[in-house]
Design a binder for this molecule. Structure first.
Ligand code: PMP
Length: 359
């Protein structure tokens, strides 16, 4: 049986997608070979790659003046690729700091430019929150403003797109495709695939055309967005299997009714879990309601000595990967698109039972 998987990433994939991949694994559409044994330049593979891009464009309503790149190296390599691509003419950028992932992006960007750090973490009634964009000291001269839309570890999420003069660059690794978003408000969006897109090994970059001409000359050629765009993300061999499988996830999402439809289910899942935690004296979530993540729900138990038992019993109940990030401890339930409402219902039932027996 398949367990309910609350892993933060690599994360749950839709069972229907894995079944389709299984069916096609040895003999892709009667060709006698697996898709992962095909040349990335073959007509068949290129059609798969192009279909994935077209479906993603449909799902996110991506305007024509944006390139969609299917790259490798994870979101982490984008922490370097972004300044290397965008700080060639003007070396200043603003970075909004809200947690561990935005901090990692800052550390890397500081190697390439003059980075103005905007501390946006705050507290509202004792809970962690993101300060209002109107209070931020953005610089006049920034080439771009970077932020992490959803801090996967902290479980802290922006509840609106910040208004900025400079182009917005957003890390959507853990929130892409979970809710509708207006791509035209961004200069660049990037995301590692292994949460809401597909398996690890693929990284999406969605970049506005006019930002392709400000590259730093020392950039490794493989990281250059303009070159990848010109070569349909095939400057070298791309992550063909991850790209194919992501394409299956996009097809699955379209079958579910697209991003609007999955967003409604995501809202139900989050409301159920946060609602239960808030009503309980045994569990606590540290985030102010306005900035709670739709995808990553951290929580603590009244007594951290019970953490180990909680995780052991959860696993016995087929509820997997609920431990918080190693840097923060506690618990975290990641409830990405492929985690069904029934999984969250089962989790809440288990949590309630555990609290009654141990509270
Ligand atoms: N940004 C965010 C918001 C993340 O959650 C992660 C991974 N969990 C990363 C960046 C780094 O991604 P990768 O492991 O693909 O480099």
């Amino acid at each position: 049986m398949r367990a309910y998987n609350f892993c933060a990433g690599p994360a749950a994939l839709p069972t229907a997608v894995l079944e389709k991949a299984q069916q096609e694994l040895l003999d892709w559409q009667g060709k006698g070979v697996s898709i992962m044994e095909m040349s990335h330049r073959s007509k068949d593979y290129v059609a798969v790659a192009e279909k994935a891009e077209a479906d993603l464009r449909k799902l996110m309503n991506i305007p024509e003046n944006y390139k969609v790149l299917f790259l490798q190296g994870g979101a982490t390599l984008q922490f370097s690729a972004i300044p290397l691509n965008l700080l060639g003419k003007n070396s200043q950028a603003d970075y909004i700091h809200t947690g561990i992932w935005s901090e990692k992006a800052i550390k890397e960007a500081q190697r390439y430019g003059q980075i103005n750090i905007v501390e946006a973490g705050t507290k509202v009634e004792g809970k962690l929150a993101i300060s209002d964009a109107s209070t931020w000291q953005l610089s006049e001269q920034a080439a771009y403003v970077h932020y992490c839309e959803n801090e996967t570890i902290g479980g802290l999420q922006f509840n609106q797109i910040p208004e900025t003069k400079a182009p917005l660059v957003a890390d959507l690794s853990s929130s892409i495709l979970s809710a509708p978003i207006d791509v035209s408000k961004f200069g660049l969006i990037y995301a590692g695939a292994q949460k809401n897109i597909g398996p690890a090994g693929l990284t999406l970059v969605i970049v506005r055309d006019d930002l392709l001409d400000q590259v730093k000359p020392e950039i490794p050629s493989l990281l250059k967005y303009s070159a990848q765009a010109k070569n349909d993300s095939m400057v070298n061999t791309p992550a063909t299997y991850a790209w194919y499988l992501s394409g299956l996830v996009f097809e699955w999402l379209l079958e579910q009714g697209g991003v609007d439809a999955i967003h409604k289910i995501n809202q139900q899942k989050a409301a159920l879990l946060y609602g239960y935690i808030d009503a309980s004296d045994f569990y606590n979530n540290p985030i102010a309601p306005a900035n709670r993540s739709l995808m990553n729900v951290p929580f603590t138990l009244a007594d951290s000595n019970l953490d180990k038992l909680f995780l052991e019993e959860a696993e016995k109940n087929h509820l997997l990967n609920l431990a918080g990030h190693r840097s923060v401890g506690g618990m975290r339930a990641s409830i990405y698109n492929a985690v069904p409402l029934e999984a969250v219902q089962a989790l809440v039932q288990f949590m309630d039972d555990f609290a009654k027996r141990n509270g």
